[in-house]
Design a protein around this ligand. Structure first.
Ligand SMILES: N=CN[C@@H](CCC(=O)O)C(=O)O
Ligand SMILES: [Mn+2]
Ligand SMILES: [Mn+2]
Length: 305
């Protein structure tokens, strides 16, 4: 479904600016600012035996962003949505990758609105194509209760980072993968072993204090040229993020996650970001969508739009 940016209008001019009045259609020309790209998919979640519904995520995220005030001359454009039809996940990820690459090549900060966490393979593919040409080293920072390093017969929402690491190491690329918010009871021993074998650095949810997270983020940022920030909303407590496939029984507090997002956004190295796993069908009064929209606004404001 095509989204129309509409909502409450208090009058003309910057003083009354909101997302729905400020967001423009993506020009596909060189420029600055953020480009929103939807990825309507839950094919990966379904393959991973999760609760379907994340395909409605991009629409619900735009709906939650629309009424928010837009400050400080931030520039946001909307490139529309890549839709995964049926089970055609791989071609959808490739299509998303092409849009991300073109936005990067035009000098923009792509912000992808998922979609299940299978969005990550598409987002990363788009970044990798452009980073490879420029010889830049990429770090992936995943805010997630899960490693998503599953070994599976075919790609799912639980496999994207294994796909990326296997593929990049085979071609000799030194991509770094760090995860904040891992829940020990929600990842099997096999997944912790996979993380160790890939040299993944992580912080458990219980250890995510503001100070620990700040150090963790700074360490990664200092070690890479470009950061891909991926936010799986199930990293948050179920009280603020009930509308996901796998709600957290513990979760990292919102203020800690917001501080991590702000820190990466202000680092000057953020190249691309995505928000994954919003499942509006399980949301409670738009709580998860509103939380996600707030994080996207923090990210966009921090990066300077
Ligand atoms: N993106 C998926 N992540 C999780 C889902 C876990 C669950 O459904 O309980 C995973 O595969 O580990
Ligand atoms: Mn997760
Ligand atoms: Mn995930």
């Amino acid at each position: 479904m095509t989204f129309l940016w509409t909502g409450r209008d208090d009058g003309p001019g910057d003083a009354h600016l909101r997302w729905h009045t400020g967001v423009r259609v993506y020009s596909r020309e060189p420029g600055k600012g953020v480009v929103l790209i939807g990825f309507a998919s839950d094919a990966g979640v379904r393959r991973n035996c999760g609760r379907a519904g994340a395909a409605a995520g991009p629409y619900a995220l735009r709906e939650a962003l629309a009424p928010l005030a837009l400050h400080d001359g931030v520039v946001v454009e909307d490139a529309g949505t890549v839709t995964v039809e049926g089970d055609a996940l791989e071609s959808g990820q490739a299509a998303l990758g092409r849009v991300v690459t073109s936005a990067l090549d035009n000098g923009r900060l792509p912000v992808v609105l998922g979609g299940g966490h299978e969005v990550a393979y598409g987002t990363y593919s788009g970044l990798a194509a452009s980073a490879r040409r420029a010889g830049r080293r990429v770090g992936i920072l995943n805010l997630d209760a899960h490693f998503d390093l599953r070994e599976a017969r075919r790609p799912t929402s639980g496999t994207p980072f294994r796909q990326i690491l296997v593929q990049e190491r085979a071609r000799g690329a030194d991509v770094r993968y760090d995860v904040l918010g891992i829940s020990r009871p929600n990842n099997t021993r096999a997944l912790f072993d996979a993380a160790e074998s890939f040299g993944v650095r992580y912080l458990l949810d219980e250890d995510c204090t503001r100070a620990a997270v700040a150090g963790f983020v700074d360490d990664m940022v200092a070690d890479v040229d470009l950061v891909y920030l991926t936010i799986d909303l199930d990293v948050l407590p179920a009280a603020v993020a009930p509308g996901v496939s796998a709600p957290a029984g513990y979760g990292v507090p919102l203020d800690v996650i917001a501080a991590a997002v702000r820190r990466v956004a202000r680092s000057g190295k953020l190249a691309v970001a995505d928000v994954a796993e919003l499942n509006p069908g399980y949301d409670v009064d738009g709580r998860t969508a509103r939380t996600a929209a707030r994080l996207i606004d923090t990210l966009v404001a921090g990066a300077g739009g």
